[in-house]
Design a protein around this ligand. Sequence first.
Ligand code: G6P
Length: 360
Amino acid sequence: DAGKGEYDHYMAKEIDTQPTALSNTIEGRVENGNVAFEDLPVGTFADVETVQFVACGTSYHAAMYGSQLLRSAGVRAEVLRASEYEQTAGPVDENTLVVAVTQSGETADTLDAVRRATDRGARSLAVTNVVGSTAAREADDAIYIRAGPEVGVAATKTFSSQAVTLALLTQRIAADVPTATPVDDREAMLESLEDLPEHVETVLETTNAESLAREYIDSDSYFFIGNGLGHSVALEGALKFKEITYEHAEGFAAGELKHGPLALVTQETPVFAIATGDDEKTKTNAIEARTRGAPIVAVAPDDHPIADAADRQLSIPDTHPVWAGLLANVQLQLVSYHAAALLERPIDKPRNLAKSVTVE
Ligand code: G6P
């Protein structure tokens, strides 16, 4: 299981085994419409007033996802770049929960942010993939994303498992915090989570990512836009693309495109427009880019309105909006992978990057 097996790269294997990883992530954590985590009994978050997520890189994008979901459940939450913690954290006290999101559990910036928060009285929780990692040992509590070992430097399956774990954690926290306002369709969201591994399988089996990567491989630059949860997916899509292809890629909140980046848009700038349910701004801004000649790729369900504004589509199954971004992200992982393969990049070990950065 530890080897590459039939795959050319660990990254390909790790993308392809996401249905299993996600099934493991979810297993036993949703029971009778409630979210349960071992060692975190009901009431455990009753004193929490503010949640600060701290993370780096891909984990930061998963943390953005979790933070937005927690805010929509009425809990005060923010996401901070771990390397900027000292300058950006603001007030912290014993009613602050600092959540370290770290695949490896060893990222120096993230560990440092947690230590700074706990020195000021915060309670800490590690969300990690590695049992016994420094983050898991040092934090007051730990929950595991259960994605299995990830070898490729570019994080793939661990993003999916982190985002799901954090989405469940937000429901768990909101259930305890007295001032939280439960999300209306919580039940539907938890029910549809059961279908997520199968939907990922559908994406893997039906994707046209390779031909799309081939079509746009000579472009100058690659833009990724989304709003709401789609914003974090846009940032993650661009990060993955630049990490392994060495091509210029940027992710934006869709509405920001017109405040500067639009100046860079030409016929040589494909724009990936990510639909996650709340997509009006993504659609109108995709149209703005298209008017300037940019090819638009909708990453959306087949009959989604955004597809009308697009030249090409990466199709995703129709699902609850909370999970749609994860399906879009799998399509974008595949585009990055195939683009990097066409460019003959060393996909599993991109230059200058390390799987785990243990220096600040
Ligand atoms: C490095 C890796 C990234 C990863 C980041 C955070 O920069 O190259 O892929 O997202 O560290 O790692 P962590 O283990 O804390 O999630």
